[in-house]
Design a protein around this ligand. Structure first.
Ligand SMILES: Nc1ncnc2c1ncn2[C@@H]1O[C@H](COP(=O)(O)OP(=O)(O)O)[C@@H](O)[C@H]1O
Ligand SMILES: [Mg+2]
Length: 208
């Protein structure tokens, strides 16, 4: 069956809980921070640090991280352009469900294609979707090479590696751009926290 289409005879069921009830329960409105950038740019480091900080300040939050999702839900997908698109589509649908459950979602995926990120914005909805571009340069990412992947990609051991043998399309209009070779982890977190703050209800404990 085509993953883009809903099967016939499938009928949407109406829940009895209103989104407002969840917002009141959790003292926050749902938001998805969609982080995009090269491998090694700092997405996972920042996503998990921000998640910890939000949880510690009493906010329900969850990170969807590239490698982790590929261990389970998307373990059947490779790195061809089509597989990357399907990877993003599924993640966006999961983010939408988590937002519907009231959670703050932080995604950390390379998500190299503009069209795929636009698809994610459409699935999640403009009001909740914020694109965060981790703009660290290829040279810096390659120098860091925290997982040794650039070395492997340069020697041809990894095919279709973003930045080396597969394209990366930077966002035109990200809500926030952060070059982690210029800004510390703490400063990057502060900037991302500022995007989230309007979604935290007054009277609730604010992070940092
Ligand atoms: N300001 C910063 N923000 C995030 N990561 C940083 C920063 N400065 C240095 N780093 C380092 O860069 C690397 C980024 O790796 P990672 O977070 O796994 O990237 P990605 O998830 O984008 O592939 C880590 O080793 C991290 O310690
Ligand atoms: Mg990562």
């Amino acid at each position: 069956m085509d993953a883009q289409q809903t099967a016939p005879n499938v009928v949407w069921q109406l829940p009895q809980v209103e989104p407002e009830q969840r917002r009141t329960l959790l003292r926050q409105s749902p938001i998805t921070l969609w982080m995009t950038g090269l491998s090694g740019s700092g997405k996972s480091t920042l996503a998990f640090s921000l998640e910890k900080s939000l949880i510690e300040s009493g906010h329900a939050c969850f990170v969807l991280d590239g490698d982790n999702v590929r261990h389970g839900l998307n373990r059947d997908l490779g790195f061809s352009p089509e597989a990357r698109t399907e990877n993003i589509r599924r993640i966006a649908e999961v983010a939408r469900l988590m937002n519907a459950a009231g959670l703050i979602v932080i995604t950390s995926f390379i998500s190299p294609y503009r069209d795929d990120r636009e698809m994610a914005r459409e699935i999640i909805g403009d009001e909740a979707f914020r694109e965060v571009y981790i703009s660290t340069s290829l040279e810096q990412c390659e120098e860091r090479d925290p997982k040794g992947l650039y070395l492997k990609a340069r020697s041809g051991l990894i095919k279709e590696f973003t930045g080396i043998s597969a394209p990366y399309e930077p966002p035109f209009n990200a809500s926030l751009s952060l070059d982690t070779s210029l800004y510390s982890v703490d400063l990057c977190m502060e900037r991302m926290q500022a995007l989230i703050n309007p979604f935290l209800h007054s009277g609730s404990s604010q992070a940092r």
